[in-house]
Design a protein around this ligand. Structure first.
Ligand SMILES: C[S@@+](CC[C@H](N)C(=O)[O-])C[C@H]1O[C@@H](n2cnc3c(N)ncnc32)[C@H](O)[C@@H]1O
Length: 93
């Protein structure tokens, strides 16, 4: 019997600083999935809004490790996976 899982990581990984090993965590979770499964992941970015950096600083001042990542940094979270349409795009796309 064929079984696939969709792993949903929505609005989580921008709360993980680099020293929290976000890439290793995604890898470990994905490695546990059966072949043919899917990963859906959303992530905050400052790519389109320079004000997002100030927002992240305000979060950090309050003890929340908000870490916006660039398109390339988020794309790395999908390393080794085949991106399906529409790929890595802004949420409304
Ligand atoms: C904005 S909420 C998103 C929740 C849910 N995925 C959704 O889309 O409604 C962020 C979630 O990340 C969790 N979170 C924050 N830091 C985390 C961490 N270091 N490891 C795992 N989860 C974390 C919080 O507890 C919270 O449930």
């Amino acid at each position: 019997m064929w079984c696939a899982v969709t792993l949903s990581l929505i609005a989580i990984f921008h709360l993980l600083p680099d020293d929290g090993d976000p890439y290793g965590i995604v890898r470990r979770l994905v490695d546990a999935l059966p072949s043919g499964s899917y990963l859906v992941l959303s992530h905050g970015t400052a790519d389109f809004d320079p004000g997002a950096k100030e927002l992240a600083a305000a979060y950090r001042q309050r003890g929340l490790p908000l870490r916006p990542r660039t398109h390339a940094e988020v794309e790395r979270l999908f390393d080794g996976l085949e991106l399906v349409d529409s790929g890595l795009v802004v949420a409304h796309r």
